[in-house]
Ligand binder design. Structure first.
Ligand code: ADP
Length: 511
């Protein structure tokens, strides 16, 4: 038997999976760690915690799955993207890592755009605009605000690549995660010398870039001892959590798209050629599939909008659900089903935390529009779910505009757990949605990359074909689809009508 380990260094914890070569999951373990917010908008973690959680996770799955250490043939790494681990020449961490959701770098984003010669020039070089969460602005922040730390800096690593360094002693990354640094020439799959020189960042600070299924190093003797494995086990490149999660969903060929409706929502499309939106509405990154790319849109408050409704207005349903011993979301779904498709003209804009894709507008705000005496609680809750799903459709529409076909849509995340929301998605996207057998996300994806990269499969596409299959399909209802097709342009126009007022509304609050 051959076993592959997938380790996903998430924001709340690290999940480790042990997967057999035929895709069967043998064991799974998660170890959590804290997140610190030393100032408003700052978000940091201690890289040592990632290492401890990864090492403990491997030990736990070996024990739980009764896996003989010699049967482990490869390790794949995934993790939260964009984070920055800063190391000095003694290979020690200089300060806590800045994470993907850290917001301190607004000025550095402006600096990057101006040094690059403008937004369009930047997108031309690295395929994406500067966003506060990305890695490059964090490096500039260190230089601008902590020059003593910057002087000591010899290496910048992404979160999963720090764990790789602890496993193998190598400084390495792979194309999918590197795409989120804003320093990768995404078109050519290598560091952008042009942007590095404009930003005056020494290329030696960055690790070697591999393709995601390539072997990037081998388990060192000391790491092997800590993990309970033989030394020399290959560690493949792996992938950033989005690309690795997509591999875990089988999104590895043209026309297969995923729509993940969790707290935030992600639309992810495989692309055979590099397709860059000149307006930067969707991200274009290298995929974890060799020589391929993907585009991705992120809706900040997708399922989060329904969560907000449940917490703020769903007290009656919550109380009833508790008495019945069921999940409040089940009752909210049943209530939403009492209102007709389109909520009789009630629209909800889900921009509770601004919006990322495709609007790129931190000032956008949520709203109900179209309220009348006729509307009751069923309309309120249904319109929230519809608004979140329209926001996902916005990303799908840009994907189509970029000439990337939307053939099959695979849905996942909390929003796909409910048959009602699956139907709503089919009706609003206007085509069938499917679900698959695998639900383990990025850790599963990188275990498949490890299997492919160490020879169990020809490549990761073959690994996905052998292990992942569709288990349900929900076609759209023709009447509901027609109503949503009519309502969607109105939904889109509402944001445009309100766009200029949102900053004024924000100013009333912030003074
Ligand atoms: P996260 O993105 O935080 O990892 P999930 O993928 O589990 O979490 O998604 C959580 C969201 O999924 C909730 O905010 C809610 O909107 C939605 N959700 C969860 N369960 C259900 C359900 N049974 N019916 C409808 N929506 C649900």
């Amino acid at each position: 038997m051959s076993v592959y380990l997938g380790i996903d260094i998430g924001t709340s914890g690290t999940k480790t999976l042990a997967v057999r070569e035929d895709g069967e999951i043998l064991a799974s373990a998660t170890f959590e760690y804290p997140l610190s917010n030393p100032q408003p908008g700052w978000s940091e973690q201690n890289p040592e915690d990632w290492w401890t959680a990864s090492a403990d996770g491997v030990q736990a799955v070996l024990q739980q799955g009764k896996i003989t250490p010699e049967s482990v043939r490869g390790i794949g790494l995934s993790g939260q993207m964009h984070g920055s681990v800063f190391l000095n020449k003694q290979q020690q961490v200089i300060r806590p890592a800045l994470l993907w959701n850290d917001q301190r770098t607004a000025l550095e984003c402006q600096e990057i755009e101006s040094r690059a010669g403008g937004r369009a020039a930047l997108i031309e070089m690295v395929a994406n605009p500067a966003l506060t969460g990305f890695t490059a602005p964090k490096i500039l922040w260190l230089r601008n605000h902590e020059p003593k730390h910057y002087e000591q800096l010899t290496q910048v690593l992404l979160p999963k690549d720090y764990v790789r360094f602890r496993l193998t002693g190598e400084y390495a990354t792979e194309v999918s995660d590197a795409s989120g640094t804003l320093l990768l020439d995404v078109r050519h799959r290598c560091w952008s010398q042009a942007l590095l020189s404009r930003l005056e960042i020494d290329p030696a600070l960055l690790p070697k870039v591999y393709e995601s299924e390539e072997v990037s190093g081998h388990l060192s003797a000391s790491a092997a001892k800590r993990l309970g494995l033989p030394a020399g086990v290959p560690v493949v490149g792996g992938g950033g959590d989005q690309a690795a999660g997509a591999v875990g969903n089988g999104i590895v060929s043209r026309g297969v798209i995923s729509a993940t409706l969790g707290t935030s929502g992600v639309v992810f499309a495989h692309s055979d050629e590099v397709q860059i939106d000149p307006d930067g509405r969707l991200h274009t990154f290298c995929h974890a599939v060799r020589g391929k790319w993907h585009v991705m849109g992120c809706v900040l408050s997708a399922g989060g909008s329904l969560q907000w409704y449940r917490n703020q207005l769903g007290q009656p349903e919550k109380a009833t659900a508790e008495a019945m011993g069921v999940d409040p979301y089940v009752l909210l779904n049943a209530e939403a089903a009492q209102a007709p498709a389109g909520s009789e003209g009630l629209f909800f804009l889900p921009y509770l935390t601004g919006e990322r894709s495709p609007l790129n507008d931190p000032h956008a705000r949520g709203a109900w529009i179209g309220l009348t005496w006729r509307h009751g609680r069923p309309h309120l809750v249904r319109s929230v779910m519809e608004g979140a799903t329209f926001a996902m459709r916005d990303c799908l529409e840009v994907t189509k505009e970029m000439q990337i076909p939307v053939g099959e849509i695979r849905v996942s995340g909390g929003g796909a757990r409910s048959p009602f929301w699956r139907q709503l998605q089919a009706d609003i996207y206007g085509q069938p949605v499917s679900t698959i057998n695998a639900e383990q996300g990025p850790a599963y994806g990188v275990a498949l990359l490890a299997a492919a990269g160490t020879g169990a499969y020809k490549d990761v596409v073959e690994a996905c074909q052998a292990t992942i299959r569709v288990v349900s399909q929900t076609p759209p209802d023709a009447t509901a689809k027609a109503r949503y097709d009519a309502a969607y342009p109105v939904y889109r126009q509402l944001y445009r009508s309100l766009k200029n007022d949102f900053p004024k509304i924000e100013a009333l609050v912030t003074g």
